[in-house]
Ligand binder design. Structure first.
Ligand code: VGL
Ligand code: ZN
Length: 221
């Protein structure tokens, strides 16, 4: 998206901030390189949006996505779950642990909803809309429709997993999805970033930058 078309952040636009949690930042259990760099970026643009929702990865201990749940499995292996292939991860974002908390510098006073996902032991959920079985919904699409939101701007962690799946599903559910690229960071498994760009192009997910957002709607708060 160019600066021109961003030139009107509207009251029915939403900023959806994905999984800015301690375990995805340096020092965490599933640390993403420079994951914490998204924090000041998101704080900076928060005032451009009237409406903000956060997601929080929120797994029970022994979650099916943890390598430690499966005999002889290692992190980043792929297994066949009942619903298809599933990447295995180090234990992360376990419910009610420090690692599941939002980064302590994230300062978003106007957040309206915190959506937790991945809380079913047997199903992972990268997307904020649909769990990895592609059938179980989180209820977010209905919520956003009832609230009258149309364009969903996405930022956070990780670009190539939870941001990716959330953006593609947003389009699938009839919203316009716009990823703020430099307000995201990637896990960066082999091929994952490239695959994300290709999928965005195919699905019609748009991309923009922090600068374009700030030019479009100078922060008011
Ligand atoms: C995520 C892997 C596992 C993410 C969550 O937030 O992108 N990635 N759980
Ligand atoms: Zn997870």
């Amino acid at each position: 998206m160019d600066t021109q078309s961003a030139s009107d952040i509207r009251s029915n636009d939403l900023l959806l901030v994905i999984d800015v949690q301690r375990d995805f930042c340096p020092g965490g259990q599933l640390a993403i390189r420079a994951g914490d760099a998204v924090v000041p970026a998101i704080n900076h643009i928060a005032g451009c949006f009237e409406h903000i929702i956060l997601t929080q990865d929120w797994h029970p201990a022994n979650h099916t996505s943890f390598a430690s749940t499966h005999a002889k499995a290692k992190p980043y292996d792929t297994i066949q779950a009942s619903y298809g292939s599933q990447t295995l991860w180090p234990e992360h974002c376990v419910q009610d642990t420090l690692g599941a908390e939002f980064h302590s510098d994230l300062h978003l006073p106007n957040v309206e909803l915190i959506l937790r996902k991945g809380f079913r032991a047997e199903i992972d959920s990268y997307s904020a809309f649909l769990e990895n079985d592609k059938q179980t919904t989180t209820g977010l699409a209905g919520y956003l429709r009832e609230r009258g939101f149309q364009r969903i701007f996405l930022a956070g962690l990780a670009y190539d997993y939870c941001v990716r799946f959330s953006a593609v599903d947003a389009v699938r559910f009839g919203f316009t999805a716009i990823v703020i690229e430099d307000a995201c960071r990637s896990v960066d498994l082999p091929g994952s970033i490239e695959a994300t760009g290709l999928e965005f192009a195919q699905a019609g997910v748009q991309q923009t930058t922090l600068q374009a957002i700030l030019q479009a709607a100078p922060a008011r708060r």
